[in-house]
Ligand binder design. Structure first.
Ligand SMILES: [Mn+2]
Length: 403
């Protein structure tokens, strides 16, 4: 059984009001080429097919033509589940009819849904594809009539407990789901900035340890291609870079070959998806970035975030930048970025501990010279009189020793 695992296509996405439809059309043309090379037995699209519940017309047309090609020309079954961006009940429209042709839409989670069985070329037994579309705990609570509203981990534990007794251990079992599944508590820095939080007020995730009964778990939601704990559980990643937090990511689809004997981990090959335009950050002084030399670059129409290193503000910088980079989307100054919040906090705290330092900094900024020794001694004496337990000189010494 050979699976092509993808997801988070987000068709119809805007990047700063700029439609990415041409980039998505190009990427899907690349995807169709990859499909012909890999020749999979099935394609899994693990949610967030569209970027919004009611996608624009050109998004529907692009998905329609892509799926028509896969189903009617290439004859490859396709399984698509609902993600948090998708209009999940709309997605189920016509799904029974489409399933007759090998296009399986599973938009809304239904506890009673059975697996989709597909037999790979040369396989003796079919592989069972189980689906859990994106579902919020509150929706799950309404759908199932469960007494409490569980968190994501509790919800997945219940949903998987309903599937477990129905698994046939003599065939490979694959799960397709969309959500935040992690092997360890999340480090917020590793999460994508473009991922819409799936719970307001914090990150709620399900533990990958719940998924031990499956031979492969095809995940959607995180935009960086990555395994979760082992090659058995994996995020395919998004079709394109969808935010500047993703500039360093390499987008790919996962070609997954299952061991028919179920003895070893699946074999994974990440096939890169070439992009029409890159998304990148450029840094430098305005004059360098917009000088004659800049015009000789051949990737000027990439989507660009500019960081200007100029100390003096440039008038209307976006106008000048747009001349060279037609798709410049944002601009910031490097030195205003270097005002680091944590550093400021530390300085304020230090100053509170060392009022004499605060005084001398103030004196210096007003007078343009350091405090004369005589006056510094006087100030020190006054502060000591105000708080005799707090000798700033001693404190300062300690601070140097411990930092
Ligand atoms: Mn998502």
């Amino acid at each position: 059984m050979k699976i092509l695992h993808t997801g988070d296509w987000h068709i119809g996405r805007l990047l700063d009001q700029h439609s990415l439809i041409d980039d998505q059309r190009y990427a899907l043309a690349q995807f169709l080429k990859i499909t012909r090379t890999v020749d999979p037995d099935v394609i899994l699209i693990a949610g967030d097919l569209y970027d919004r519940p009611v996608p624009p017309r050109e998004a529907l047309q692009l998905v329609d033509s892509t799926l028509t090609q896969l189903i009617l020309e290439d004859h490859i079954p396709v399984i698509i589940i609902g993600g948090n961006h998708d209009g999940r009940s709309r997605m189920d429209y016509g799904s029974e009819i489409l399933a007759k042709k090998g296009l399986y839409f599973r938009g809304v989670y239904h506890p009673e849904d059975g697996p989709i069985e597909i037999t790979g070329k040369g396989d003796a037994v079919p592989t069972a594809f189980w689906t859990i579309p994106f579902v919020k705990p509150v929706e799950y609570h309404t759908l199932t009539g469960s007494k409490h509203i569980p968190d994501y981990n509790g919800m997945y534990a219940e949903m998987l407990a309903k599937i477990k007794p129905r698994l046939n251990p003599n065939q490979p079992n694959v799960l397709v789901t969309h959500g935040l599944i992690l092997s360890a508590p999340p480090d917020e820095h590793t999460l994508d900035g473009s991922v819409r939080p799936i719970e307001i007020g914090g990150i709620s995730y399900a533990s990958s340890h719940l998924f031990s009964d499956f031979d492969y778990v095809a995940l959607g939601h995180l935009h960086r291609p990555q395994k979760v704990g082992s090659n058995r559980i994996r995020y395919a990643g998004s079709l394109l870079k969808y935010s500047f937090s993703e500039v360093n990511q390499k987008k790919s689809v996962a070609a997954v070959t299952l061991d028919p004997e179920k003895n070893s981990l699946p074999e994974i090959t990440c096939v890169p998806i070439p992009a029409k335009r890159d998304l990148r950050v450029i840094t430098g002084p305005f004059d360098d970035l917009t000088g004659l030399g800049a015009y000789t670059q051949n990737n000027r129409d990439d989507y660009i975030s500019v960081v200007l290193t100029d100390k003096i503000r440039v008038p209307n910088p976006m106008d000048g930048l747009r001349q060279v980079y037609p798709n410049v989307l944002e601009m910031a100054y490097a030195h205003s970025q270097t005002v680091d919040g944590a550093d400021q906090q530390r300085k304020i705290k230090e100053h509170l501990h060392h009022p004499t330092q605060l005084f001398s900094d103030f004196y210096e900024s007003v007078r343009g010279e350091t405090v004369p020794d005589e006056e510094a001694a006087l100030v020190k004496k006054l502060f000591n009189a105000a708080d005799p337990d707090d000798d700033p000189a001693t404190d300062k010494g300690d601070a140097h020793a411990t930092h």
